[in-house]
Design a protein around this ligand. Structure first.
Ligand code: FAD
Length: 246
């Protein structure tokens, strides 16, 4: 037996986020049967696939005229791994979203931290709400990565020191920064996802431009790519009509 404090695990520094589609029940046909009940009643589900051109037209019409509820009869569950500051923004999206996130009370938080990649623009110009971002210099990038890595090491060592003293995880976690990675399941439907994408992506096709933080946009882009595979007609109509949620 030795009295030495246990070694603090070596931190992992990440510059990416991950999004996995863990389950889904979502296809363009879900929009169609929900919309066609208006005119076909309970037969609407039998009408699926009868006339693809008409189906595309119906989805376009619903999107254009903002008939939103037919886009709610589907479900996608994503497993997202991203820094806590991304989740803080994410959880502001209330309608049509369900979340469950890992706990800092019930499990020891792992030393995985966000350090931006060299291509992440570092300098902001303009006014609040409409910033433009520009490349940083090599010195700025070095300053960012070394300040973050030092600070992360220090705070994680303090967290570990408190745990080693027998302090509860829910108390010790107060020293951990928002650059720490967390993970959550997020479940939504196409309508709530479109609203999220309209606000959390920057896209020249958008009728109403948004200026999201790059890191939540990285998550949004990955979700959008997975959704586009599931519901290509709905995704195309969303783009065609200015990326406004119906
Ligand atoms: C670029 C950007 C910058 C931001 N900056 C800040 C900031 O500085 N500070 C800050 O606090 N937040 C900020 N936010 C968060 C923002 O205020 C919203 O909380 C977030 O975008 C979620 O939008 P939402 O309420 O439309 O979405 P959801 O909560 O998903 O709601 C979807 C829609 O449902 C309806 N709805 C939901 N709840 C209600 C309700 N209670 N009453 C009436 N209608 C409702 C609305 O039509 C709403 O658009 C920012 C967001 C973006 C995209």
């Amino acid at each position: 037996m030795t009295d030495e404090a246990p070694a603090v695990p070596e931190p992992i520094f990440r510059d990416d986020v991950t999004v996995e589609l863990v389950r889904s029940s979502a296809q363009d046909a879900d929009v169609l049967f929900a919309a066609r009940v208006s005119t076909a009643g309970e037969q609407s589900i039998d009408e699926l696939g009868k006339d693809p051109a008409r189906s595309k037209g119906l989805i376009n019409y619903l999107m254009r005229d903002r008939h939103g509820t037919p886009f709610e009869h589907n479900s996608m569950t994503f497993l997202v791994s991203a820094p806590i500051f991304v989740f803080r923004e994410f959880h502001r999206h209330r309608s049509g979203w369900s979340y469950n996130e890992e706990s800092g009370r019930y499990r020891e938080l792992q030393p995985v931290f966000y350090v931006p990649a060299a291509e992440r623009k570092l300098v902001q110009k303009g006014r609040p709400g409409k910033y433009e971002f520009f490349e940083g210099t090599a010195d700025q990038y070095k300053a960012v990565s070394s300040a973050m890595e030092d600070s992360y090491r220090q705070s994680y060592a303090a967290y570990q020191a408190m745990l080693a003293e027998g302090v509860a995880r829910e108390v010790a976690r107060a020293v951990l920064p928002v650059g720490l990675f967390s993970s959550m399941y997020a479940t939504c439907n196409a309508r709530s996802l479109m609203h999220f994408l309209s606000l959390r992506t920057k896209d020249e096709r958008a009728k109403v431009p948004s200026f999201p933080q790059r890191e939540i946009e990285m998550v949004a882009e990955k979700m959008e790519a997975k959704w586009a595979e599931l519901m290509p007609l709905t995704h195309a109509a969303f783009n065609e009509h200015g990326r406004v949620a119906p």
